[in-house]
Design a protein around this ligand. Structure first.
Ligand code: AHR
Length: 500
């Protein structure tokens, strides 16, 4: 044994919880080219009758997205849903104050419903509680979900959608604590509005899943206090509280960036503690879980929110091009979500196409996979089942932001068929990391596959000119001997090791 060895034990008697498939969601916002020329481009050679790009649709399926949150993001706080229904030629052009763009409304609720049908995903609709309130939320849910026989439901039928959309997941606004949010509220104001809206929605359908806005990020001065105040008003009325987090490499500090999941895991722990604190105060048996409905790597310092010319339609905005390092961090953030599968019920990568996204498109041209596409696709494909409790024993390295951090970040998921997938990140930028996993009480004898996303150039990217520069590659040498998995993780790598 060398002191560079990382290890942990898997035992089916010790589990975290069952993965909710809703953990593999993504955000589609009217922002930049996420919608227009991203998922929707009438006239594109690959567009279907609804103007949806079928090449993008295929990539969304391959990515394994389960839920699509829509239409924002900050955009929703000024959105009038009625602008996006009915004949396209009659839809108004509007200013989008959130991103200082012009919105054509050529894509709206009906097109969104078609997109979710075509991609086999579940819609998650965000309500505008910035400039609007209870009445408009009720109108939208009736238009979307009521079968017929009322003015609003018949309006949907007349617009060509005979079947209701059946949207179960609803966000009560977006980042309502944020200074940048149109119609920003105090915790007291928002708590009351969220409670009133939730109560009214439950009068329509008690079975909806409702998400109250938590803080827009953990660094907000009111983080935790905001959640406690909002939940004091809404505890019995909502199911989930939202959490958002974006990470980037700052000032060349790659060691800290590679440890971003340390922050994500402690944000989850803090939000859970706050939910449970309110539950305890209320002496409630109900448990509020989390909707981590925006997370990703986002180079906000490189691409400020208002860096493009004002009032353009679908400008190239926030089109971060991701490196191998970014993909390893995204993999680590996925590991963090899986490690908290007992309390994180929904999660959405923000966003899906072009805007800080795993899928890129060129107007009139091709669509391709960014580096970050791969960890998400693999986690969604193999990360379904029971998360096993993983207590890592690994060498550590010093980081500026998080102190000593283990070089190994890992989780393991046991599928219904008894196979187990280990997801592991080696945070060491220079050296490989040997890994031993003791397999206790698990009938595993064979390594089916070990793949890694790693590259001699940690800044390698996929681009329009070189769309397949970075892909996961097979790794040889992993084996099971005497009930222990032995593997070696390449420097700065995301690993998927499948055992049967
Ligand atoms: O995903 C980009 C933006 O980040 C979203 O619109 C907003 O909710 C968050 O601040």
């Amino acid at each position: 044994m060398t002191d560079r060895l990382a290890r942990f034990t898997l035992d089916p008697a010790f589990t975290v919880g069952t993965v909710d498939p809703r953990l593999f969601g993504a955000l589609v916002e009217h922002l930049g080219r996420c919608v227009h020329t991203g998922i929707h481009e009438p006239g594109h050679p690959a567009a279907d009758a609804d103007g949806l790009r079928t090449d993008v649709r295929e990539l969304v399926r391959e990515l394994g997205v389960s839920v699509i949150r829509y239409p924002g993001g900050n955009f929703v706080s000024g959105y009038r849903w009625e602008d996006g229904v009915g004949p396209v030629a009659d839809r108004p052009r509007r200013l989008d104050l959130a991103w200082r763009s012009t919105e054509s409304n050529r894509f709206g609720l009906s097109e969104f419903a078609a997109f979710t049908r075509e991609t086999g995903t579940e819609p998650m609709m965000a309500l505008n509680l910035g400039t609007r309130g209870v009445a408009e939320a009720l109108d939208l849910v009736e238009y979307a979900n009521h079968p017929g026989g009322t003015e609003l439901s018949e309006r949907r039928v007349a617009h060509g959608d005979k079947e209701p959309f059946g949207i179960r997941l609803w966000c009560l606004g977006n980042e309502m604590d944020a200074p940048w949010q149109t119609g920003r509220k105090t915790a007291e104001e928002y708590g009351r509005l969220a409670a009133e809206t939730a109560r009214a929605l439950r009068q329509f359908d008690p079975g909806l899943t409702l998400v109250a806005c938590g803080s827009s990020h953990r660094g907000m001065p009111t983080f935790a206090a905001w959640e406690a105040t909002v939940l004091a008003e809404t505890y019995d009325l909502v199911d989930l509280v939202s959490l958002h987090a974006y990470y980037e490499e700052a000032d060349g500090d790659r060691d800290s960036f590679l440890a971003s999941a340390v922050d994500m895991e402690s944000a989850i722990d803090a939000a859970v503690a706050t939910c449970d604190h309110v539950g305890a105060r209320l002496k409630s048996k109900k448990r509020i879980n989390l909707s981590f409905d925006e997370w990703n790597v986002w180079y906000q310092r490189r691409s400020p929110a208002h860096a493009v010319e004002d009032w353009q339609e679908a400008p190239r905005h926030l089109e971060d091009v991701y490196t191998v390092t970014d993909a390893v961090v995204v993999g680590s953030l996925l590991i963090a979500l899986l490690r908290h599968a007992d309390r994180v019920a929904v999660a959405c990568l923000a966003q899906l196409v072009n805007v800080i996204a795993p899928i890129m498109t060129e107007p009139g041209g091709p669509a391709w996979r960014q580096t970050t596409f791969y960890p998400f696709a693999q986690a969604s494909r193999y990360g379904r089942g029971e998360v096993l409790d993983v207590r890592v024993d690994a060498p550590t390295y010093p980081t500026e932001r998080f102190g000593e951090v283990p070089l190994l970040h890992a989780t393991a998921v046991r599928g219904e068929d008894g196979t187990v997938t280990v997801f592991a990140v080696n945070r060491d930028q220079r050296a490989p990391l040997p890994l031993d996993v003791a397999l206790r009480g698990l009938d595993l004898t064979r390594v089916v596959e070990h793949t890694a996303l790693a590259d001699p150039d940690p800044d390698a990217r996929n681009t329009l000119d070189d769309p397949a520069r970075v892909t996961p590659h097979p790794v040889t040498g992993a084996k099971i001997a005497d009930g222990t998995l032995h593997a070696v993780l390449e420097p700065l790598s995301w690993n998927v090791i499948r055992l049967a």
